[in-house]
Design a protein around this ligand. Structure first.
Ligand code: SAM
Ligand code: SF4
Length: 427
């Protein structure tokens, strides 16, 4: 999401005559797009700012700005604390960046952290940064109103709003014509995408379908799905179109009903498992990945065991795993006690990571001898004689270079597997 936002910022500023630089030391303006989801993310930004301080000492004319969630959350506080920032802009203020930069030029500090109820940047054609020319991200909605009790997103990114479907379809068409072959539709909870224009209402399955029919050579992915809103209609739509990728990211967070309730996730362990069953019965080759938080307030050993059991039962192909990090302003910070000791969180996370390592490895070993259609993304970082690409299940495959070019499809037979990569040969 932040990556996609940076592309919007680049587009707005390019339109005003600014130019993106690949070299930090060459830049007159440094804008840091930030994340507040865990304390660790914010700590990294603070470290980065200290490095920028040394650059500013050498070049006093350098402008430094803070963008995104941390800007929204901390408003003027970080500006005052760091005495380094010239500009602070929240996630809904990017259109004002040219004006804010002009203010900085006139010797003033500039700040805009007003959240909007309808900003979706729908009319802005993002400048693709750091692109492989094959896969692109498209934001289809912004904000979130689910208020999971641990999560800062509703406060940092504001109300949920969906983007005009016509603008999403136009952008998808444009990138296809430019040679891209994969689009990932982004939102905090894409399943609740909803647009109404007069009589016409477009929900997420319909939007997905409209993009899938543009061209069967365009792969469509999406992230993230909230389990409570994963509908039978969405599962049917994925099953119906081979170019909608067989990979669903469905964050479960915990395997314990007590913890899920405290997290305000609005589903139970049993309901989650029912959704998995429905996916597996209609899309048997679908990969399923997840997010897990360990050590949430009051989490017991029994709760932790239930998470491990659920992981085994689903046999996730991949997972992002985190220690709970208390975030200011959230329901959990205000009402619950962050009472799982650091060493216990650490140990539980280790157990979860070790188990997922086994599950990912088993998932990859099940693919031995299988043949997959792979979209070539480029030359492998490890060897210029190898290509890498992904299959529909979002697994990375590495194989000797073929006559096809990046952006083309090739069938690859899997010969070897590690827990992270499949190694094969084009057939
Ligand atoms: N909207 C998505 C959802 O509901 O699944 C995910 C959004 S969040 C950016 C990505 C992940 O960060 C979450 O799924 C959760 O596992 C993790 N996360 C969010 N808040 C956290 C916190 N306070 N401490 C640790 N992990 C957190
Ligand atoms: Fe955060 Fe929950 Fe919204 Fe995801 S659905 S962004 S975890 S509040």
């Amino acid at each position: 999401m932040n990556f996609s936002d940076s592309e919007i910022v680049a587009s707005i500023l390019t339109g005003e005559g600014f130019e993106a630089s690949n070299d930090l030391l060459d830049a007159d303006i440094i804008l840091v797009n930030t994340c507040s989801i865990r304390e660790h993310a914010e700590d990294r930004v603070r470290k980065r700012l200290h490095y920028f301080r040394s650059l500013k000492k050498k070049n006093p004319g350098l402008t430094i700005g803070l963008l995104g969630c941390m800007a929204e959350r901390t408003k003027t506080a970080l500006m005052e604390e760091e005495q380094l920032l010239d500009l602070v802009a929240g996630p809904d203020s990017y259109r004002h960046l040219p004006g804010l930069l002009a203010k900085v030029d006139s010797g003033q500090k500039a700040i805009d952290t007003i959240l909007s109820a309808d900003e979706t940047y729908a009319d802005i054609n993002p400048v693709r940064l750091d692109t492989n020319g094959v896969s692109a991200f498209i934001s289809i909605m912004r904000g979130c109103e689910n208020f999971c009790s641990y999560c800062v997103v509703p406060y940092a990114r504001g109300q949920e709003r969906s983007r005009d479907p016509l603008s999403v379809i136009r952008e998808s068409k444009d990138i296809f014509l430019q040679g891209y072959r994969e689009v990932t539709l982004l939102g905090q909870n894409v399943n609740s995408y909803h647009w109404k224009d007069g009589k016409e209402a477009v929900n997420f399955p319909l939007l997905l379908e409209r993009i899938a029919v543009l061209d069967r050579r365009l792969r469509v992915r999406f992230a993230t799905s909230h389990p409570k809103d994963l509908s039978p209609e969405l599962i049917r739509t994925i099953a119906a179109y081979p170019n909608i990728c067989r990979a669903i990211h469905l964050p479960v967070q915990s395997g314990s009903n007590l913890v899920l309730d405290k997290m305000n996730r609005k589903y139970t362990r049993e309901e989650y498992l029912e959704k998995i069953k429905a996916i597996r019965s209609q899309i048997p080759d679908c990969a399923i990945s997840t997010d897990i938080i360990t050590g949430f307030c009051d989490e017991t050993e029994e709760d932790h065991k239930q998470t491990l059991e659920l992981m085994k039962e689903v046999a996730f192909d991949y997972a992002f795993m985190f220690k709970y990090s208390e975030r200011p302003q959230t329901i959990a910070a205000d009402h619950y006690n962050d009472n799982v000791p650091a060493n216990v969180k650490e140990r539980r996370l280790r157990e979860i990571i070790d188990l997922q390592h086994e599950l990912s490895s088993a998932s990859n070993h099940r693919d031995l001898g299988e043949t997959f259609e792979v979209l070539i993304e480029g030359t492998s970082k490890r060897s210029d004689k190898q290509y890498f690409g992904r299959n529909s299940q979002n697994k990375v495959l590495v194989f000797p270079i073929t006559r096809q070019k990046p952006g083309e499809y090739v069938n690859v037979k899997v010969k070897r597997a590690t827990s992270a990569t499949l190694i094969g040969e084009a057939i």
